[in-house]
Write a new protein. Structure first.
Length: 598
């Protein structure tokens, strides 16, 4: 390929230029000026075309990031600093035929699944990726392709991405908040655009994940170290032994099922205090292992959510391997992009563990309407890969604002990703146990005492999705009812969500919310999978599993049907309902039914 200088000279002479003698000083100066101007023009253009063999230049296509038009048309109030680093993420379309093949991919127990060898078929090929790297070849860009070739990280400064994507990054003021987005729509080569499922990280329009807790302390106490702390929570709170007695984990413990060789993955947007976790694990005689994986920026705060999830899981699966993926939920960037990075890291970490029976618990969400279409599509793709390719069951808290997931009382809405058809959505209940730690009473969890503000107190999230159709597997007595209209319905299941003991910030307290219910189910299924792997050398996974159990012979015994209470709109009824789903776990019966199905 010609150098820039040689190309300019050829262009100049082909246009009729002639070498000037020293006697024609003025004309020579003008010629040099033209040459310099042409050279400067080409140098300015080089960043956009330098990676393509001249004269073939790529065709470009504008990409829609799924931001509402009203938001994009809102007033522009500034620009992003040129030196700010953006974390652009590209989700590639997945080959559906290979997705089906990998869903049925059988691996002998104990052997690595080696999913990476299918990456060129499932996602983008090595040849295609080389073309992508050529496009992103400007200095200062960092690329990272996922192990399954379905997700690409692109880290670069605003100035670099502005030039490459032929756009600017501006600040909008919309509905009382400021967000940034590219304007005009970013452009990528058409060959790349045709392979893209979603692009995230170029804007921060989506609302931040809701992960607040309803946390109470009986009294103010001096913060204590792990050595000073006690193991005696308030007498009126539910400790793991109470949950285990009510839902049957204690009977599985007696069979030797404590979570050995099982991994429970937690996806978090806050951190935890080491001393709190150490004290709790000591109190329950935890024999497993807890590891932390920071993704993107580590969380700046410990708000209690991660602490609750770790403690719920550890208290019920006392020998499990708990992996905590955490990121900064208070970042000013696209937090949902970071949540998807957590999911992608989880996928990368388990490409050899598709036969392990691992589970995932997610206790965060936001109203469907507050997500951009691309943030939603990216996370949906990751959840599908976790379920279909890596054979994990993903539990997601259904939300704590009852039937009004957008926190506006009277406006029906559900939370994402709880509404995603690749996850198992978990609602909440009031659970009471007797002195023998047996289940004595249970009703749907809700509190309508203050209609002005939810603050995670209105109750068990549930309702019809505005985005997803009713999946074929969601079929059980009660699913089709007077509120149904062909949409995905949540929750699928429920568990205790009120007055659970938690050790946080050096003291015992009581916590509430479906954030507790999701890890209760995750720990329960981990014990069941441990048992079926030992007995049958296999396990079942995915949200459809729970409906298969319900519809099998004697399957109704696997759940406690909660028929009292409501979530401030939908009543709890016999069979499936919009408040508690199929019901709460009766794990011994669930395990027995599972064995008969495998």
């Amino acid at each position: 390929m010609l150098s820039v200088t040689a190309f300019v000279k050829r262009l100049y002479y082909s246009a009729g230029g002639r070498k000037m003698s020293f006697l024609a000083g003025v004309r020579q100066a003008r010629s040099h000026s033209i040459l310099v101007n042409l050279l400067c023009l080409l140098i300015l253009c080089v960043p956009l075309v330098s990676c393509w063999p001249f004269p073939d230049a790529p065709q470009f296509t504008s990409v829609n990031l799924g931001i509402p038009g009203a938001a994009l048309n809102s007033p522009v109030v500034g620009q992003l600093p040129n030196d700010k680093v953006l974390h652009m993420r590209i989700t590639f379309k997945v080959d559906q035929n290979w997705l089906k093949k990998l869903e049925q991919h059988k691996v002998q127990q104990g052997q690595p699944s080696r999913l990476e060898k299918f990456a060129n078929n499932l996602g983008v090929s090595d040849t295609f990726y080389q073309k992508v790297k050529n496009f992103f070849s400007l200095s200062g860009i960092t690329l990272q392709l996922s192990k399954l070739h379905t997700h690409l990280s692109v880290d670069a400064k605003v100035s670099t991405l502005s030039r490459l994507l032929q756009t600017k990054f501006v600040l909008h003021n919309y509905n009382g908040r400021t967000f940034y987005a590219p304007n005009p729509a970013p452009k990528v080569p058409t060959f790349l655009a045709n392979s893209i499922e979603a692009i995230t990280g170029l804007d921060n329009y989506s609302g931040k994940p809701v992960h607040d807790l309803m946390l109470h302390f009986a009294a103010t106490r001096t913060h204590k170290t792990a050595q000073q702390a006690d193991c005696y929570p308030s007498a009126n709170t539910l400790f793991p032994r109470d949950i285990a007695g009510a839902y049957g984990q204690s009977q599985l413990w007696q069979r030797g099922l404590n979570g050995e060789n099982m991994t429970i993955n937690l996806v978090e947007v806050d951190g935890s205090y080491r001393e709190d976790i150490q004290n709790y694990l000591s109190c329950i005689n935890f024999r497993g292992h807890v590891s932390i994986a920071n993704v993107d920026n580590p969380p700046a705060d410990a708000l209690g959510e991660s602490t609750l999830d770790i403690q719920m899981v550890a208290g019920l699966a006392r020998a499990a391997n708990i992996v905590v993926y955490q990121t900064d939920g208070n970042s000013s960037d696209d937090v949902w992009g970071s949540v998807n990075d957590e999911l992608q890291q989880l996928i990368n970490d388990n490409v050899n563990n598709a036969n392990s029976g691992g589970v995932v618990s997610i206790s965060l969400g936001i109203a469907e309407a507050e997500m951009t279409a691309d943030d939603l599509r990216a996370i949906d793709s990751s959840l599908e890969q976790l379920t279909r390719i890596e054979h994990m069951t993903v539990f997601v808290a259904s939300g704590d604002c009852g039937a009004f997931g957008d926190e506006h009382y009277g406006h029906l809405a559900v939370s994402f990703p709880a509404s995603d058809p690749w996850v198992t959505s978990v609602g909440g209940t009031f659970l009471q146990v007797d002195r023998r730690q047996e289940r004595s009473n249970e009703s749907a969890w809700s509190d309508g005492s203050n209609h002005r503000s939810c603050k995670n107190r209105w109750g068990s999230g549930g309702g019809n999705s505005e985005l997803f159709k009713l999946p074929g597997w969601q079929n059980a007595p009660g699913v089709r009812n007077s509120f149904s209209h062909g949409a995905r319905q949540i929750p699928d299941l429920a568990a205790a969500a009120y007055n659970l003991a938690v050790y946080f910030n050096g003291q015992w307290g009581a916590v509430g919310g479906t954030s507790a219910a999701a890890p209760i189910w995750a720990a329960g299924l981990a014990l069941v999978n441990e048992g079926t792997l030992k007995q049958n050398h296999t396990f079942a996974y995915g949200p459809q599993l729970f409906y298969q159990v319900m519809n099998s012979s004697g399957g109704a015994r696997a759940y406690y049907d909660v028929t009292r209470g409501n979530n401030l709109y939908y009543p709890a009824t016999a069979g499936w309902d919009f408040t508690t789903g199929l019901g709460t776990p009766n794990l011994p019966a669930f395990y027995q039914t599972m064995e008969s199905l495998l």
